[in-house]
Design a protein around this ligand. Structure first.
Ligand code: ATP
Length: 289
């Protein structure tokens, strides 16, 4: 079983600690979401995994070999980021040719089909593409590379809602056709929640949560009401986050709720979407789990 394994990875730029002690395993053939607020360290995490940055401490391994020494990493780990990797001038068609030469197994036929579907003209220069067009181009390349681990850093930035929808469909189609791992960082959590089978919350450089999305959606609940009633109901149930407003207490729970007592009439239990869960767990003052 192939995997990327991070062990106690930290990264600081001078005095700025961007990632702290991140231990995380990226499994093969899975769609994973990395969710974090602005500045949480998502891009830095991806750059470290792709070998574009060195960790300050900790190790990052692909199949047990440090990525920076792994001969396989160059082909097996692909990072879609906002950097233009092509020489200038390069047309859309040139870019597809370069990728076909560089990556044996690049799905050239599908890349041509996607450029048409997403309204890119192949003779256009990459430098002349609009912001959305440039994002679409990078997205097409990322969906067509054969790499076992594809990292998509904010892949839909600048795309309108219709193109985002089409992109999600294309991603699911390529995953079904050739399963490999896609790790997606995004702010648009609920848009992608349905596709992700695993999720990792990054909060100010620390891993806050790693779970299967199905499990989370089955158990994540918000329990709210007068503090005394919520406390009496939850007892020793583990709390993932809590916030208070006057006499009211709102607790986020990720484990099953008590079954040996009824929910008090003044307590409300509601399921949480992934987005609501993320907000509850990362807003200022959320209890650390
Ligand atoms: N090369 C660098 N030198 C100094 N600081 C950096 C460098 N790269 C990133 N940072 C800082 O590290 C922090 C995390 O940045 P990063 O881009 O990894 O976050 P992010 O979660 O991807 O944010 P966003 O969602 O806004 O893109 C930010 O405060 C950023 O300014």
């Amino acid at each position: 079983m192939r995997q990327i394994e991070l062990t106690r990875v930290s990264k600081h730029f001078g005095k700025l600690h961007v990632l702290t002690d991140v231990t995380w395993t990226v499994p093969e053939k899975t769609i994973v979401g990395v969710i974090g607020r602005n500045g949480a360290g998502k891009s830095t995490l991806f750059d470290l995994i792709a070998g574009r940055l060195f960790p300050s401490s900790g190790t990052i391994q692909l199949d047990g070999v440090p990525v920076l020494q792994s001969p396989a990493a160059g082909n097996d780990i692909y990072l879609m980021s906002d950097q233009n990797i092509f020489p200038k001038p390069t047309t859309v068609a040139d870019a597809l040719r370069i990728m076909t030469d560089f990556y044996p197994g690049f799905d050239t036929a599908w890349a041509h089909q996607l450029t048409k579907q997403f309204g890119l003209t192949e003779k256009w220069q990459l430098t002349d593409l609009s912001t959305g067009g440039a994002t679409i181009m990078r997205m097409i390349l990322a969906l067509c590379v054969p790499s076992a681990f594809v990292f998509l850093d904010e892949p839909t930035l600048g795309m309108d809602a219709t193109y985002r929808e089409e992109f999600y469909r294309a991603l699911v189609a390529t995953y079904a056709d050739r399963p490999r791992t896609f790790v997606i960082s995004t702010h648009l959590i609920d848009e992608v929640a349905g596709m992700m089978s695993q999720v990792m919350f990054l909060d100010r450089g620390r891993k806050r949560l790693e779970a299967a999305t199905d499990d989370l959606q089955a158990t994540a609940r918000q329990v709210s009401g007068p503090t005394a009633s919520v406390e009496a109901y939850l007892g020793s149930t583990e709390r993932a986050a809590a916030s208070r407003l006057g006499n009211l207490l709102q607790v986020t729970v990720l484990t099953p709720l008590p079954t040996d007592r009824p929910v008090p009439p003044d307590v409300t239990v509601t399921p949480l979407s992934l987005q609501q869960l993320f907000v509850a767990m990362t807003e200022k003052g959320a209890a650390q789990s």
